[in-house]
Design a binder for this molecule. Structure first.
Ligand code: DQA
Length: 147
């Protein structure tokens, strides 16, 4: 079983970018943490970050049939992208939307997610832990489905 970890624009700068908001962990560290957690359960992780909306759309399109789920931090595209929403709707792969920061206690424009309504769920404000919580949720969902 495989999960896809997908990260949107500016998340390549994690660790350096506004650490008071987004924390000190780099994307590599987050990736390793999720990968190790999944390995314990015999699952694999693929990871992709892009600053380009079209590349994220293509990654979602190609995920169909390949992944049990997508852990997706769409970053600023959360609040703007009808195209990413349509891509999520087009595939049969459940998506958990993850935000490091609590998008509800920041600028009002961050409260709205165009993607959340077509995602399985949303995690916001737990920092890097949120990605692992999402991985746990996929593992647990499959345990319940198969068992
Ligand atoms: C973010 C929140 C978004 O509003 C912002 O544009 C980001 C990161 C988060 O992880 O908290 O780039 O998705």
């Amino acid at each position: 079983n495989q999960l896809l970890l997908l990260n949107g624009p500016n998340l390549n700068l994690l660790g350096k970018r506004e650490p008071h908001i987004y924390g000190n962990s780099g994307l590599d560290e987050i990736e390793n943490e999720v990968r190790m957690l999944l390995q314990k359960h015999g699952w694999e992780l693929s990871s992709f970050q892009s600053n380009h909306e079209g590349e994220l759309i293509e990654a979602i399109q190609k995920s169909d049939g390949k992944y049990k789920g997508i852990i997706f931090n769409p970053a600023a595209y959360t609040h703007t992208s009808v195209a990413l929403r349509d891509a999520i709707s087009a595939v049969d792969v459940p998506v958990i939307e993850v935000h490091l920061s609590n998008v509800h206690n920041r600028e009002p424009f961050r409260r709205e997610s165009l993607l959340a309504p077509v995602c399985w769920g949303q995690i916001s404000g737990l920092g890097a832990i949120g990605y692992s919580v999402a991985a746990h949720a996929f593992l647990e969902m499959h345990k319940r489905k198969d068992g």
